[in-house]
Write a protein that binds this ligand. Structure first.
Ligand SMILES: [Zn+2]
Ligand SMILES: [Zn+2]
Length: 380
């Protein structure tokens, strides 16, 4: 993952980042397919599966029988009521006719009609008896119907109790199933996350870094995005706790790395100028110089001022003069930009005696470079 200065190298780097992303996408796709196939392992439960069938079956049959019976009784009741209404009508009519006849008889005082009186009274009694019988039939049906509805209520409440029991069992079974599915998914997504952490610590700068980063992206996506829809109610805890642990681990890693970096920088800055320049990466030194950053101590520098040849923070030599032509040049350059002479390590920041005595070099000899007490200043 070194940042090179060469144009092709830059494009290769971009291509490799693309490889990392594409690799991650394919891994995510594959992981998604595997995770999607997992729920098929588990069957989905229904309420029926937990109902006590031995007890519920007869109850359901009983309720069906009661319902059928109630329907039949209802129809019979309707018919019986019609019969009662008809009988009551007959009785009322018979009574009126009988009363009229009795009044006529009293008025005429015809004793020869006694036999007819008996006959009419008997007919009247028969009518009343028929009405009473029909009314009793209605009463009996009413009673039977209310008994049926009482029985139905009893059977229903028993069945409801069984249903409540079954629902409790179903809830428990579903929770347990949810936990199992989540556990399986966690078993698929947590190990890649751990492996990703290990790869990040060990191999993120290796030659095969695009695959390492691709895998890291995949593991992060799998754990923090793909797992989300399958989280049970307490799953948020798992996710946030893992998130906190990952943050703590990465944070601690960065803090330790910062301390190590600062210690190393202090150590390096204490070394002689020449040794420090040797240790610096050529490409890195140049990219930092372009960004106006001291390659030695990584603090900002002013490269525009032609009188400044040394870093004011750490004292490393930034600009020196070509041995052959005395041009002021980047001290990290391998060749003089003006005459192409290879830069000799011991020639840096050194002004050739010939040019010092002359007056052809306006910016160089004065101030900075000559008065600097660095060991490599002494003319070779
Ligand atoms: Zn510096
Ligand atoms: Zn030169």
């Amino acid at each position: 993952m070194n940042k090179g200065l060469r144009l092709s190298e830059k494009w290769f780097q971009r291509g490799l980042w693309l490889i990392a992303v594409v690799f991650a996408l394919f891994l995510i796709g594959l992981g998604g397919l595997i995770v999607d196939d997992l729920p098929k392992v588990e069957q989905s439960y229904r309420l029926e599966d937990f109902l006590d069938q031995a007890a519920a079956g007869p109850l359901k049959a009983e309720i069906a029988r009661i319902d059928a019976d109630t329907k039949a009784k209802g129809e019979a009741l309707q018919t019986a009521r019609q019969v009662v209404a008809a009988a009551a009508g007959d009785t009322r009519q018979g009574r009126q006719s009988f009363d009229a006849w009795v009044r006529t008889r009293t008025a005429t005082g015809n004793a020869g009609q006694d036999a007819e009186l008996l006959e009419r009274t008997r007919q009247m009694d028969a009518l009343v008896a028929r009405q009473r019988a029909a009314e009793r039939e209605v009463e009996a049906l009413d009673q039977a119907t209310s008994e049926l509805s009482r029985q139905r209520l009893q059977a229903t409440s028993q069945l409801n109790a069984l249903n409540v029991e079954a629902r409790t069992k179903l809830g428990a079974a579903r929770r347990w199933q949810e936990m199992r599915v989540f556990g399986i998914r966690l078993a698929f997504t947590l190990p890649p996350l751990v492996i990703a952490g290990w790869l990040f610590a060990k191999y993120r700068k290796s030659t095969y870094w695009p695959f390492v980063w691709g895998f890291i992206f995949f593991a992060l996506f799998g754990f923090f995005v793909e797992l989300v829809p399958y989280l049970p109610s307490y799953g948020g805890y798992v996710r946030y706790i893992v998130g906190i642990v990952v943050t703590l681990v990465v944070g601690r890693y960065l803090i330790v790395a910062l301390q190590r970096y600062l210690a190393r920088q202090r150590e390096v800055e204490a070394q002689p100028d020449e040794q420090r320049r040797e240790a610096l990466d050529y490409e890195l030194a140049h990219s930092r110089m372009i960004k106006n950053i001291c390659p030695g101590c990584e603090r900002p520098i002013d490269t525009a001022d032609a009188t400044r040849n040394f870093c004011t923070h750490c004292g490393i030599c930034l600009f020196d003069h070509c041995q052959a032509c005395s041009a002021r040049k980047n001290a990290f350059a391998r060749y003089c930009y003006s005459c192409g002479t290879p830069a000799r390590p011991d020639a840096r920041a050194t002004v050739p005696p010939a040019t010092v005595s002359g007056d052809t070099m306006p910016p160089l000899g004065s101030g900075g470079s000559l008065s600097n007490p660095a060991p490599d200043l002494t003319p070779g």
